[in-house]
Design a protein around this ligand. Structure first.
Ligand SMILES: [Ca+2]
Ligand SMILES: [Ca+2]
Ligand SMILES: [Ca+2]
Length: 261
C-alpha cells in the first residue's frame, strides 16, 4: 500500500563520545506531501496508495501491559498525512481484533499530539510532565474515536491548555472492515492555534493509538518515543518526546500561500 517507515538519524558529530543509548536515538520524521489529488473523505483509502506513511505495530513503543497486547493482529497499521493550505489530512488503516465503539476512553482511538513550534524541552515545564493547564499555546492533542457515540460523522476532538472540545471544521470518516478499521480525517490549520503551514514547515508531533478490546483491555502503542504510562493515572504527558511532521511539496507562489477556502 505504498507505506514506508521514514526515519532519520541525527548525525553524531563526535560519534565516539556518544553512549549506545544516544546513538540509538533516532529522530522519527513523518512526511506530509502537498495534496495533489482529489480526496474523498469517505473512509476508503484508494487515493492514498502512493502517500508515504508511518507504521505503528508490534515494533512500536508499547505503553501498556505487555500481557494485553497480542501483536500485529491485535493492533497494527499505518498512518498517512497530506496537506494543503486549509487542512491537514490524515488517513489510517489498522488491523484490530476487536472494535470497541463509543466515545469512552477505553474504546478505539487515534491520537496526534502536536508541539507546533517544535520547541518543547523538559526545562520548558520545570522538568516535569505538565498537566494540560500548563501546556504551551502551541501544544495540542487532537484525537478521534474511530466509532464514536450515536450516528456518524463522529467528532474530531482537541485538547489544549485553554480548550477541550470538538475541532471546528474537522471531519472524520471511519469504517469497520474485516479484522480492523480505517479512517480519513481532515483538521483545519485554523483550528490549531500557532499552526503555520508552508512547504518545509516542521512541527513536533507524536502519534499514539488506543486499542480498546473490551473491559479492562486497553492497549496503547506510540510512534517515536516511549512516554510514561501507569494503569492508574494513564499517560504521562512528556511533551518533549516527539517526532517531527514535515510538510513537503512544490514551493507555492505568494498568491497561493494566502489561499485556502
Ligand atoms: Ca477516500
Ligand atoms: Ca485489538
Ligand atoms: Ca480494538
Amino acid at each position: 500500500m505504498g507505506v514506508a517507515l521514514i526515519s532519520a538519524l541525527i548525525a553524531p558529530t563526535v560519534a565516539s563520545a556518544m553512549t549506545q543509548a544516544e546513538r540509538s536515538g533516532a529522530l522519527r520524521v513523518a512526511v506530509a506531501p502537498l495534496r495533489t489529488f482529489e480526496l474523498l473523505l469517505d473512509g476508503e483509502l484508494s487515493e492514498w496508495e502512493d502517500v508515504p506513511g508511518v507504521s505503528l505495530d508490534s515494533s512500536s513503543y508499547l505503553l501498556t501491559d505487555t500481557a494485553l497486547y497480542d501483536g500485529n493482529a491485535d493492533l497494527s497499521g499505518a498512518i498517512q498525512f497530506v496537506w494543503d493550505t486549509t487542512y491537514l489530512y490524515v488517513a489510517g488503516r489498522f488491523a484490530d481484533d476487536r472494535l470497541a465503539a463509543g466515545a469512552a476512553w477505553t474504546s478505539d482511538r487515534v491520537n496526534l499530539v502536536f508541539d507546533l513550534f517544535g520547541d518543547n524541552h523538559p526545562l520548558s515545564y520545570g522538568g516535569e510532565a505538565p498537566d494540560a493547564s500548563r501546556w504551551q499555546p502551541d501544544d495540542q492533542w487532537v484525537y478521534a474515536h474511530i466509532i464514536g457515540d450515536g450516528e456518524p460523522p463522529y467528532p474530531v476532538m482537541r485538547l489544549a491548555h485553554d480548550y477541550h472540545g470538538p475541532v471546528d471544521g474537522a471531519l472524520l470518516a471511519s469504517r469497520s472492515v474485516e479484522a480492523g478499521w480505517m479512517f480519513e480525517m481532515r483538521v483545519p490549520w485554523a483550528a490549531l492555534p500557532e499552526a503555520l503551514p508552508f512547504v518545509g514547515a516542521v512541527f513536533g508531533m507524536q502519534i499514539f493509538l488506543s486499542d480498546g478490546d473490551g473491559v479492562g483491555r486497553l492497549t496503547e502503542i506510540m510512534w517515536s518515543e516511549r512516554w510514561g504510562h501507569s494503569r492508574e493515572a494513564g499517560l504521562v504527558w512528556e511533551l518533549w518526546k516527539m517526532g517531527r511532521l514535515v510538510l513537503t511539496g512544490e514551493p507555492l507562489t505568494p498568491g497561493e500561500l494566502g489561499g485556502g477556502e
